[in-house]
Design a protein around this ligand. Structure first.
Ligand SMILES: [Zn+2]
Length: 397
């Protein structure tokens, strides 16, 4: 018997002696008979339900959940059930460790070997098109596919990452991310949104190393946007927000200057503020990262003639914005792109981005301002809805 086996057995014995702990634990291949799932059973109410551990089929992967970020989409579903999913196991920004897998599972979606003990994330589920791989260059946005954490409940129940365990089934995409720390893994999904947005921005041909770039909105999306731009070598970044605390964070993420819109009365003064921050120049390129129609209308005033804009703040319908097509787009010849979620390929790019961000000292982990155990998921969602902090995450013991 080798050392690892002995350690595993000792750990198992110690855990069974501790007894009566709330979360079932698995180690050294031992999988408990039941798993808890935070089930949204009615609006604004998660209940911790205990289900029998499902059998792991030949193509399935059983993952012990380590953590999962709370997304705006979760908060939306928690509050109003717009997707009509209740009862539902939410949580799509999750990561965990493989504890058991079927005999047909050998590799992840990028071709990396998969083994018990590996840390993984899932991406889309292409039920109707299981042959899609990350190497397909055609746009297959996640918007057109399923993801764990937004699936209807079924007999297995382990369909979302707000749980002790999740059963990843055939047709799902999965990535071995054992070389990333837990905080980085929790941030993969939101970071992929920005990798995609920057890829969209690059299609304009306007974004260059020496571009002056304005990022409007310093919530998690805007802050990660700044980090992605910094890891690409873009230095001249101005952050715009209404909260000094967020603007300070923007500077830690790599923004050169910041502008608090509350210090400028009216759009003319605000545009002048942005121009001054760039030393007297308007921006070559702008990222609009808020869900505010007024912010969308304002951002054109920050952009020079011939500049570019990427609009990514309107994840959901935030209403109509009023712009002047002559002054804002036509006469200035602004090139605009929209960006929404990501493709499978962006997901793989994101793993490298997170390593680069760490290597240049960007405090990515600080984006996760609140961590709650699964038992406190209702509080976690309420914290998200109250707009406190930045990224809220459920972290399992
Ligand atoms: Zn999300």
């Amino acid at each position: 018997m080798n050392q690892a086996n002995i350690e595993a057995i000792v750990k198992q014995v110690l855990e069974s002696m501790a007894g009566g702990t709330s979360a079932p634990k698995a180690s050294g291949g031992a999988v408990p008979a039941t798993a808890r799932v935070a089930m949204l059973t009615e609006k604004e109410k998660f209940e911790l339900k205990t289900y029998p551990m499902p059998p792991v089929g030949d193509d399935d992967i059983l993952v012990k959940v380590e953590g999962c970020g709370v997304c705006g989409t979760d908060a939306h579903e928690f509050k109003r059930d717009p997707f009509n999913l209740i009862p539902v196991a939410l949580g799509h920004e999750g990561t965990g460790e493989i504890v058991k897998m079927g005999k047909n599972v050998k590799k992840d979606s990028a071709g990396k070997p998969l083994n018990v003990g590996d840390k993984v994330v899932t991406c889309m589920i292409f039920k109707d098109n299981p042959d899609i791989t990350m190497f397909d260059l055609n746009k297959q946005n996640v918007g057109g596919a399923d993801v764990y954490g937004l699936l209807p409940d079924d007999d297995i129940h382990l369909n979302g990452w707000f749980a002790d365990y999740i059963l990843v089934r055939k047709g799902s995409t999965i990535f071995n991310v054992s070389d990333l720390d837990l905080d980085s893994r929790i941030l993969i999904e939101p970071c992929a949104v920005l990798i995609h947005a920057v890829e969209r921005a690059k299609t304009t041909g306007i974004l260059r190393f020496n571009s002056r770039v304005v990022v409007q909105g310093c919530g998690p999306i805007g802050l990660i946007c700044i980090a992605v731009l910094r890891t690409m070598g873009i230095e001249n970044i101005v952050a715009v927000d209404g909260e000094d605390k967020r603007l300070e964070f923007a500077k830690k993420m790599g923004a050169d200057k910041s502008v608090n819109f509350k210090n400028h009365k009216g759009i003319e003064a605000l545009a002048k503020g942005v121009q001054d921050a760039f030393g007297g120049y308007l921006a070559d390129f702008a990222f609009q990262c808020t869900g505010s129609p007024v912010a969308h209308a304002n951002i054109y005033k920050f952009i020079r003639n011939g500049g570019g804009l990427c609009e990514l703040g309107f994840f959901i319908n935030g209403g109509d914005a009023t712009i002047n097509p002559h002054f804002d787009i036509c006469a200035k010849e602004i090139t605009t792109v929209g960006s929404w979620v990501y493709t499978l390929r962006d997901y793989a790019t994101t793993f490298d981005f997170l390593k680069r961000a760490k290597a240049i000292g960007l405090p990515m982990g600080d984006l996760i301002t609140h961590k709650y155990p699964l038992e406190e998921i209702n509080e976690a969602l309420k914290t998200n809805l109250s707009m406190q902090g930045l990224k809220i995450a459920i972290v399992n013991k």
